[in-house]
Design a protein around this ligand. Sequence first.
Ligand SMILES: O=C(O)c1cccc(C(=O)CC[C@H]2O[C@@H](n3cnc4c(=O)[nH]cnc43)[C@H](O)[C@@H]2O)c1
Length: 218
Amino acid sequence: MKEYQAKRVLIMVAVEAEREAIVRGLGDTARFDVRVAGVGPVAAAVRTAQALAAAEYRLVISAGIGGGFPGRAEVGSLVVASDILAADLGAETAEGYCSVEKLGFGSSRVPVDAVLVQKVTEAMRTAGLTVTTGPVLTLSTVTGTAATASELADRVPGAVAEAMEGFGVAFAAHDRGLPVLEIRAISNAVGPRDKSAWRMKEAFAALQAASAVLVEVL
Ligand SMILES: O=C(O)c1cccc(C(=O)CC[C@H]2O[C@@H](n3cnc4c(=O)[nH]cnc43)[C@H](O)[C@@H]2O)c1
């Protein structure tokens, strides 16, 4: 048990602004490493695998800002993934999207420990934060139309948010037998592209507040 607690938690983010918000929330603890991987699932997977090869960790977290599905996760709130899904890993057919599972090529889903999700979610709620749990989608392309948003919401029942790195981080962690979490602070609604409606300041504040809770609970 002591040996397990001595290992650190690895938090992977896409950009420096996300790292800064998280470090502000974590304070001066040495139990967490926060690393910038770049945007997208490939950069996330490669950089996570490199970090995991260089040191021993007990938990890996993909964290950052994300898009919330309207009516499920509002701007400024937080999302903790119950499942981490590669939502564009498959084939387009005349009948619609066909997942890699249906194609017989593997899996588009990395499982998340439900007990860990509940522990983190409850601690955040106790701290007064608004948190939703549900599947979080990883896409290489940010959704930019109402039609795509609606197609994704229908295809993945209960999907709460989308971002671009979770599945890459999760795949690298799972490959090493490590548990993984994905935590997103919602900066925008998934749907028609409107950069002026993105609320980065609110999202970074939520990310910072969530990180302060992580220090207490992990
Ligand atoms: O298009 C632009 O002008 C633009 C400027 C700054 C940032 C972006 C991004 O697309 C950031 C992607 C980055 O943030 C995460 N993110 C945030 N919201 C979403 C979303 O609705 N769908 C997917 N990813 C999102 C993502 O994880 C990236 O790290 C664009």
